[in-house]
Design a protein around this ligand. Structure first.
Ligand SMILES: [Zn+2]
Length: 223
């Protein structure tokens, strides 16, 4: 990645939105295209952005420039509802990843290669569209994460949401997360209990703007 990516040399047949001006135009056409920073709209979200650390399957820092958690406007609105609903159970949302620049998807593919677990750069990821979120739950009272079947990005059968679990508490935690997300219009990924796609993701384009670039552009949007 680096600070000077060769944006014009996309080699997998996809040309994402990478010009800040194209992003601005898309939002002026349709407000829903805005990428909203989650900690600006959610009141008790915990950001545990693993790709901003070496604590991820690549064992290297992928998000080197001012990482954050962004989603499209309607996705953000649904997450506000979800946060309100969870608060009644004394729970909050932990976000591991949300919008992911397309260049990061290319890097994952080039490192890992298995498209069962990383998105194909030929089709891109729903994360690239600002329509997927990787998340878990924590207790508002003490900040502890709820026990879930596996750690984030565990590429095993145990991470599949359909895998029966012996521990009924872990099973209940997983099912609660899935139920609340599905109730508000998300679909869980069949091999990752933490990954949820927003219904209607097809309407949104693949993007390759950096986090700092989005932060720089958003204030320029007419309200
Ligand atoms: Zn994901």
């Amino acid at each position: 990645m680096g600070s000077c990516t060769n944006h014009h040399e996309y080699k997998y047949g996809i040309t994402p939105i990478y010009e800040p001006s194209s992003y601005i135009e898309s939002v002026e056409e349709n407000r829903d295209n805005q990428l909203v920073e989650l900690d600006s709209i959610l009141s008790n979200v915990v950001l545990d952005i693993r790709y901003a650390t070496a604590n991820n399957f690549t064992e290297s820092i992928i998000y080197t420039e001012g990482p954050g958690a962004f989603v499209r406007l309607p996705v953000a609105h649904q997450l506000v509802e979800i946060e309100d609903s969870l608060e009644k159970h004394g729970l909050g949302i932990v976000v591991f990843d949300a919008y992911r620049p397309y260049s990061a998807t290319v890097k994952f593919y080039e490192v890992y290669g298995d498209t069962n677990y990383v998105a194909s750069p030929y089709s891109g990821s729903r994360h690239n569209r600002g329509c997927a979120v990787d998340l878990s739950l924590y207790k508002l009272a003490d900040g502890r994460y709820l026990n879930m079947p596996t750690d984030y990005d565990d590429f095993s059968i145990a991470a599949h949401p359909s895998t029966p679990l012996e521990d009924s508490l872990v099973s209940a935690n997983r099912d609660l997360l899935i139920q609340v997300m599905e109730h508000y219009g998300f679909t869980v990924y069949p091999s990752e209990w933490w990954h949820f796609d927003y219904t209607g993701w097809e309407e949104y384009k693949i993007m390759d703007l950096s986090f700092p670039s989005i932060r720089e552009q958003n204030p320029k949007l007419k309200s």
